[in-house]
Design a protein. Structure first.
Length: 118
């Protein structure tokens, strides 16, 4: 069985502008996440089975864009396997605030960032 896409994230140098853009274009609503400065949770309005997301401020040059997070059972094992398959680790495993689990981020062989979420 495959691993599902569990979350999306849009990173921007102008997150307020991007929040307004997606709200106007798709009717999404956003709400500030008080545990993460400048981060907004996205509700696509597509119901309980929709993939949730977030909009975040850029943390450095070159980190803007859209990233998916894939649910994994073994964060360290899948991170190692990604490396064996040619990925580079961009963010080593870290705990998410609020008990939401742990994440890591890799760059696939083409350089696309992909989050792993356990």
């Amino acid at each position: 069985m495959g691993q599902p896409v569990a979350y999306f994230e849009i990173t921007s140098t102008a997150p307020e502008k991007i929040r307004e853009f997606y709200s106007a274009l798709f009717g999404w609503t956003t709400s500030d996440d008080p545990s993460m400065e400048g981060y907004a949770m996205v509700d696509t309005g597509a119901g309980d089975d929709a993939i949730p997301g977030g909009i975040s401020p850029s943390q450095g040059p070159g980190d803007t864009g859209v990233k998916i997070y894939v649910r994994v059972d073994d964060l360290e094992g899948d991170l190692a396997r990604a490396g064996d398959l040619g990925a580079a680790t961009l963010l080593p495993p870290m705990e998410l605030p609020g008990g939401y689990g742990r994440i890591a981020v890799v760059a696939d062989p083409d350089g696309n960032p992909v989050g792993l979420w356990a």
